[in-house]
Design a protein around this ligand. Structure first.
Ligand SMILES: C[S@@+](CC[C@H](N)C(=O)[O-])C[C@H]1O[C@@H](n2cnc3c(N)ncnc32)[C@H](O)[C@@H]1O
Length: 308
């Protein structure tokens, strides 16, 4: 788990109430923790961290109206919504599905960056890059084409794990990521010719037509609800015959949902339609778990689509 975001209220007493509440929450005394958080937000009515934690506790206590109210206050108390209160509201059905607050993704991964590789590889048994690598090689072998790409774009590149897996298959890598902390780590690998701090859709829009042979997104589309928009831009930047390869988490129902881990899960049919709508042809779509959660493989898909 990434470290928890804390935004001080600026009021020492309220901050202290929050700390005590967190201790009680971790010890399992949710009612007492909620009581202290009520006191904290009375002292500091725009204390986003306290409202957000109160929302989580009310949700655990089964008090969903109170949880919704607290998450709304958290969102109003921090215009950037760095805690991702809007995602909680979407999950509770209080808001329609929408894209993630960008500042939430940024602060999540900026905090995560120093221990990301260790957490993903050791604790979550992250398999995204390996899945992408095998799928891309299989698609190239089936098409009887060499699995070598002059220019690749790594969307949501993170610390560079996907680029490392493809290092021998790619001439030059461009990395795009929302989190400056992750980009800093990616730069340290020396694997990228170019790195850009940007939303992946905006980053792709800055690239020229037919300027890449491969677009990768390892465990990054799980932070994007509208895959069609990204795939359409990927199609524009790909050369004919170029590939878009990505992993997602999936679910048994239809369409796109927000899962427990506050990441989107896309179903296979949605992805097929998204690829078609973007003008790409699905070359490979396979059930494959990109990582574990609570020691259990998360259901997922690996997709490779071609620009014909
Ligand atoms: C779980 S990490 C995966 C990193 C890397 N692709 C890998 O395979 O190790 C997800 C990354 O996607 C980035 N990200 C999430 N949403 C994004 C968006 N809309 N645009 C750009 N990057 C995004 C995050 O900042 C994070 O670095």
């Amino acid at each position: 788990m990434p470290p928890r975001l804390f935004l001080s209220s600026g009021d020492l007493l309220a901050d202290r109430r929050f700390e005590f509440a967190r201790d009680l929450q971790l010890k399992g005394d949710l009612v007492a923790a909620a009581d202290l958080l009520d006191q904290a937000v009375e002292l500091a009515p725009r204390f986003a961290s306290a409202w957000f934690t109160l929302g989580e506790i009310r949700e655990l206590l089964g008090e969903s109206d109170a949880a919704i109210e607290a998450f709304r206050c958290a969102r109003e108390s921090d215009a950037l919504d760095r805690h991702g209160a809007n995602l909680k509201l979407m999950r509770l059905g209080a808001e329609p599905l929408a894209e993630m607050p960008k500042a939430y993704v940024q602060s999540l991964f900026d905090q995560y960056a120093p221990r990301f590789d260790q957490a993903l590889l050791n604790h979550l048994d992250y398999r995204g890059p390996e899945l992408l690598f095998k799928a891309v090689l299989a698609v190239r072998a089936a098409a009887r084409k060499p699995a070598y790409f002059d220019r690749a774009i790594d969307l949501g590149c993170g610390t560079g794990l996907a680029a490392a897996a493809f290092a021998r298959q790619v001439g030059e890598f461009v990395g795009i990521d929302l989190s400056p902390g992750m980009i800093e780590r990616a730069r340290a690998t020396g694997l990228y010719a170019e790195l850009e701090v940007a939303d992946m859709l905006e980053g792709l829009r800055n690239r020229g037509d037919a300027s890449a042979d491969l677009v990768l997104a390892g465990d990054a589309m799980v932070y994007v609800s509208d895959v069609t928009a990204v795939a359409s831009e990927a199609r524009r930047v790909l050369v004919p015959g170029g590939l878009l390869a990505f992993t997602v988490e999936t679910h048994a129902g239809d369409g796109v949902i927000i899962g427990n881990g506050l990441r989107y899960a896309h179903d296979a049919e949605y992805l097929r339609c998204a690829m078609t709508a973007a003008g790409l042809v699905v070359a490979h779509l396979e059930a494959a778990s990109p990582r574990n959660e609570d020691n259990t493989p998360v259901p997922g898909l690996v997709v490779v689509a071609t620009k014909t």
